[in-house]
Design a protein around this ligand. Structure first.
Ligand code: F3S
Length: 644
């Protein structure tokens, strides 16, 4: 049988299930990564499993999100992660070494391997030919402890890239075009595979920009073949031995194919507040800009930084614009320092930030009230920047740098001739900020250090026979994990402190929600379509769990969030008839009779609305394995039951 590239990797890693779309499959996981905002919880969960050493080929703990260290909380988390990593066989990438996905691509990514990460942009690794997926922290903990990960077999979507990008048009514009075509829901249940003769013109970091933002399509992952371009990147990283050639069979069958002619693309921008609200820069026009931020795991490679340095060289940032730049890794930063490009950025008036997520996760650089901020990042959800009415446009580094000079949104094609940026023959390789784990013998003596910010993981009990609870919150479509559990400098340091975080749950939608939960002790959330889109943040389920949420009934769910709900022991239900959503009001009393038996048998639940005297049908969106997980009261309880 002829196979797509992703199917080939799945086949060699298949532990259970059939490779037909919609089937539950178990995959052997070769590598894992965590970042600190989700990692603390993932390692607490890993510890709760009682496995002494990770079972993966390579696991890496990165510190890149909470690097401001405004109080002891971040430092406590970093120290905890460093010691837990050392003890259990995990590499530790120190704060300052860079953003997880950029560093992983440079130093650890291997074509043909499977990777899961507790960060939704883990598909960045698809740029180097990995099957790389974002997952909840608990799934990553389980993968570290068992080497296994379970998903629903996705459909295959092929995107054929033909032609060659015009000057000043770059990889970011390609993925913005894909988002324009497919929308933030267009990739759900699919793996996006890139092919066509246009891919040979794209370097690994450019490919990674595209696979990175495949997360915004809702796709399971995105992947490029591993070819000569991949080999030259790995050679330049001193890792050519990691290269293998990988491509789909020439007669591989795809469920869907999209054609994009690179030569026809223009500079694009995603308008506030959704990554798929895409227009060309010319269509939007010369709007005044207050801030420009360049960096994030989408656009912070050496190539991106050299491109903006070439634009800013000899120029001055517009007096009304604040330009902040965060190189993606110490490798990139160091190379810019050595070749003089950093001096060009500083001289132009850029504010150089640490190589970390920074403004992308709302850690500093919030724009002024109502301010327009152009960002090379991947998300522009309302409030994510830290300014509730900030207007965030997602653009390429080229558009960002040109606009920083002129103070208005500027099409970089007006800049004149574009100088080529070549991949260096050798990147600067210095792994002195990556701490290897202790060997097995020494590991027993390593003490895991826990400061007062490290609290317990909330858990629940086995699913009861019946649930009766009020609909404590009713929200609309496209609720993101940022709505459920906001990020930002004031909250992010408390990611290992669920009781404290619970004060902010759904704060953007309804500030009274946590208080209502405390008053009633238990509740149900009613959601619209694409509920839980955005990040892999399992705090967006752990905090509602802590507040007593037993079930979420929605029109549809985002993949990772749905899996996270099941892992936490919260029941995800979808309306059989979406119109029934309209028949529920917030604070209605809902009854889920015989829910345990229904989940056990995989049937439909008849939910009674006791307040209105009506009823409606809903289905539990659970795989067979997830049914067992929810029945057990979450993945940790399930694993413990299995290990008995
Ligand atoms: Fe960090 Fe933003 Fe990427 S938070 S991992 S740079 S999406």
């Amino acid at each position: 049988m002829s196979l797509t590239l992703a199917q080939k990797i799945i086949k060699t890693h298949l532990l259970s299930g059939e490779m037909t779309p919609g089937s539950d499959i178990g995959l052997k996981i070769d590598q894992t990564l965590t970042q600190d905002a989700t990692g603390t919880m993932a390692y607490l969960e890993f510890e709760a499993m009682g496995v002494p050493r990770v079972k993966t080929e390579r696991s890496v703990a990165y510190i890149d999100h909470n690097t401001l260290q405004t109080g002891f909380e971040n430092a406590d988390d970093h120290r905890y992660i460093q010691t837990v990593a050392k003890k259990h066989g995990i590499y530790f990438s120190r704060p300052g070494n860079g953003i997880c996905h950029q560093v992983h691509l440079e130093r650890f990514g291997i074509p043909g391997k499977t990777l899961i990460g507790s960060d939704s942009h883990t598909p960045t690794g698809g740029g180097i030919g990995m099957l790389a997926m974002g997952a909840g922290g608990l799934d990553v903990a389980v993968a570290m402890g068992s080497g296994e990960y379970y998903i629903t077999m996705p459909k295959m979507l092929r995107i054929n890239l033909t032609g060659k990008l015009s000057p000043w048009v770059s990889a970011k514009d390609i993925i913005l075009e894909v988002l324009r075509i497919l929308s933030v829901k267009g990739g759900v249940g699919k793996i996006v595979e890139y092919g066509g003769n246009g891919i040979a013109t794209l370097s690994v970091p450019e490919r990674a920009t595209i696979t990175n933002m495949g997360a915004e399509l809702g796709a399971t992952t995105s992947i490029f073949p591993s070819d000569e371009v991949t080999l030259s990147f790995l050679k330049a990283q001193g890792r050519e031995k990691d290269w293998v050639e990988l491509k789909p069979d020439s007669d591989a069958k795809y469920d869907e194919t999209i054609e994009i002619n690179l030569s026809e693309l223009k500079p694009m921008a995603a308008c506030p507040h959704s990554p798929d609200a895409v227009k060309t820069v010319d269509e939007i026009g010369s709007i005044k800009v207050d801030q420009v931020c360049i960096g994030s795991c989408t656009n912070s490679s050496y190539r991106d930084m050299m491109r903006i340095a070439s634009i800013l060289k000899g120029k001055t940032v517009h007096p009304d614009v604040s330009l902040a730049i965060a190189p993606g890794s110490k490798q990139v930063y160091n190379m810019l320092a050595q070749n003089g490009a950093l001096a060009d950025l500083i001289s132009a008036g850029a504010r150089i930030l640490e190589c970390a997520c920074g403004p992308c996760i709302g850690m500093g650089q919030s724009p002024n009230s109502g301010g327009i901020s152009l960002r090379t990042f991947n998300r522009n959800f309302e409030g994510r920047s830290g300014t509730a009415d900030g207007q965030i446009y997602l653009v390429s580094p080229e558009t960002a740098a040109a606009s920083a000079i002129y103070g208005v949104l500027t099409n970089p094609q007006t800049l004149g001739e574009e100088a080529p940026i070549e991949q260096p023959e050798k990147f600067l390789i210095n792994d002195n900020m990556i701490v290897p784990p202790a060997d097995e013998k020494e590991a027993t003596d390593v003490e895991v250090l826990r400061g007062p910010n490290i609290k317990e993981v909330p858990t629940t009990t086995a699913l009861p026979q019946d649930i009766t609870a009020k609909a404590l919150l009713k929200v609309g479509d496209n609720i993101t994990t940022d709505h459920i559990m906001p990020a930002g400098a004031k909250i992010l340091p408390y990611r290992s402190n669920i009781p404290y975080l619970s004060n902010f749950c759904f704060g953007v939608c309804d500030k009274e929600f946590p208080e209502r939960c405390r008053e009633y002790g238990k509740g149900i959330v009613v959601g619209g379509s694409n509920y839980g889109q955005g990040s892999s943040r399992e705090h967006a389920v752990l905090v509602p769990l802590y507040l007593g949420i037993k079930a979420v009934v929605a029109k549809s769910f985002a993949r990772i969030h749905c899996a996270n709900l099941a892992n936490a022991g919260i029941l995800p239900l979808v309306f059989k008839n979406e119109k029934d959503y309209d028949g529920i009001d917030q604070m209605d009393e809902l009854e889920l009779p015989d829910i345990r038996a229904t989940v056990e048998n995989g049937g439909t639940v008849t939910v009674k609305n006791l307040t209105k005297g009506t009823s409606f049908e809903a289905d539990a969106v659970l795989s067979d394995r997830q049914r067992k997980i929810v029945l057990a009261g979450g993945l940790l309880s399930y694993i413990k039951e299995q290990n008995k």
